[in-house]
Design a protein around this ligand. Sequence first.
Ligand code: MN
Length: 289
Amino acid sequence: MKKQIEKIYSRPARPGMVGDGFRVFNYFPNGQITQQRVSPFLLMDFNAEYDFGPSDHLRGVDVHPHKGFETVTIAYKGSVAHHDSTGNSGVINPGDVQWMTAGARILHKEYHEKEFSKKGGPFEMIQLWVNLPAKNKLADPQYQAITAGQMGKVILADNSGSVNVIAGSFNEHKGPATTFTPVNMFDIRLNNGGNLVTTVPVTHNTVLLVVEGEVTVNGGQAGQHDLVLFKNEGEEISVSADKDSVLLLLSGEPINEPIAQYGPFVMNTQRELQEAFQEFQSGKFGVLE
Ligand code: MN
C-alpha cells in the first residue's frame, strides 16, 4: 500500500542565520511539525543554495555545545570544516556526510572550509538533529566521517538516476552510517523523467525534502524546496521527477519518550536539562579553542 501524504509544506518564508556561515530555512521543529511528530528527527535546517561571496575570515559558527543527540551534516555544494573537543576535525565536501554523536557532551565549531571561504561560490547543505533514546543519551561522543565514495550507491534502472544510501536500507542496499535507532537516510538524484519505488516501514515517521527540482510523489506534486510529510499508513513511496531533482528521504522509528530541550541540549526531563546546563557552565564539557 502506498504511503499517504499528510501534507506538503512550502519552504519557510525567511531564512535565519546560524553564526555568519549558515543561512538556513528551519523546516522543523515548529508549531506545525513537532519533534514528536517526526521523532527521532529533532530539527531540519536547510541552507538552500546561496553564494556568500568571497570572505577574508572563516564564515561559520564558533565554539558551542551539544548534548543528548546527534547532528548530521550533509554537504551538497561548498565545503564545511569542523573541530570538536574530542580532538576530531575534518572537512565535509560535496557528497560527504558527517554523523556526529554529541551523546554525553561535546563542544565543536563549524565553518566554511578555508579555500572555499576565500573564494566563495554556491553553498548548499543540510543539518539534521537526530535524537538519542534515554539509554544512549550519555553515549561517548564520536563522529562518523562518511565520504561520498563510502555511500551505499544504487544505480536506478532506465537511466532514472541514483541513490546514495547514507543510513538504513534502500531496496536491500545498506548505507554506512551506524545509528542508535532505526533510521533511513537516502540522498536521491533523479533525472528528468526518472522514477523510483521503495518502501519504508509503516511505523516510521517519514519526510521527503525536495532539495532541487520538482517531483510527483504518491500522487502529490512537490516543487523545489517543498517538504512532504507522510502519514504513518502504508509503506510504498513512488517518485517520478518532473525536472532533474535532488531529494532527501528521511524515515525513522519514533522514540516514544518525553523530549526536554534547551537550545543545544536535548534530554528527557527538565531536571536533566538543568544538570546539563550546570555541567556546561562549570566547564565540564572540556575545552576547544
Ligand atoms: Mn553544532
